[in-house]
Design a protein around this ligand. Structure first.
Ligand SMILES: [Ca+2]
Ligand SMILES: [Ca+2]
Length: 198
């Protein structure tokens, strides 16, 4: 799904059609956007804020003159992600700006059966243990199925164009047809998405 943030005037932004993130936009300073959705709140909510193989885009337009952009967010890796497992993966996740190299393109794992499933993750470096680098684990109510991991990310990079499209996407593989398109096995969510230009 696509979303768009409109700059109505210098210090005020309006957001439209950013599914699930449309109610809590607060502008801070001239050019900062903060979305603070309820996102995935514990306890587990089966019907909201979970995505499988979804690609979502945040479109920013009419940005003020700037030299750099900072994109920050919390990523929730939910349930049985298998990282680099050759049997049940790979389970990849990506964030980037359209038309540019990815800011992050990696695998995540909540599957500690690394001996049998070889389910290490490539974040933050190749062959890392499941949930390496997570700021929190098992705080979102997914303990019934491999658990959950929360990662904080902030990326700052050179950017001068007056518009940008930030994309968040996954590529998950489970090898079980009946589960390949459901949120049962593996899903993800975002919270505290922020974009700042300076
Ligand atoms: Ca799995
Ligand atoms: Ca998998």
């Amino acid at each position: 799904m696509n979303s768009r943030v409109y700059s109505t005037y210098k210090t005020k932004y309006r957001i439209a059609n950013w599914a699930s993130y449309d109610r809590a936009l607060v502008g801070r300073g001239d050019v900062t956007l903060w979305m603070s959705p309820e996102a995935i709140a514990a306890p587990y909510d089966r019907d909201h804020f979970v995505r499988v193989d979804a690609s979502i885009a945040l479109s920013l337009i009419r940005l003020p003159a700037h030299a750099s952009m900072t994109v920050s967010f919390d990523l929730y890796i939910l349930k049985s992600w298998d990282g680099d497992s050759p049997t049940f993966g790979p389970d990849r996740w990506n964030v980037g700006l359209a038309g540019s190299p990815a800011l992050l393109d990696t695998t995540f794992s909540n599957n500690f059966k690394t001996d049998t499933d070889r389910s290490v993750q490539s974040y933050p470096s190749p062959a890392s243990a499941p949930q390496t680098g997570a700021a929190a684990v098992n705080t979102l109510g997914y303990g019934f199925w491999f658990g959950d991991a929360t990662y904080h990310f902030t990326f700052t990079f050179s950017h001068t164009m007056e518009s940008a499209i930030v994309t968040f996407s996954s590529s998950l593989y489970e090898g079980k047809a009946e589960q390949a398109r459901s949120t049962r096995d593996e899903s993800w969510g975002l919270d505290n998405v922020g974009v700042t230009v300076r």
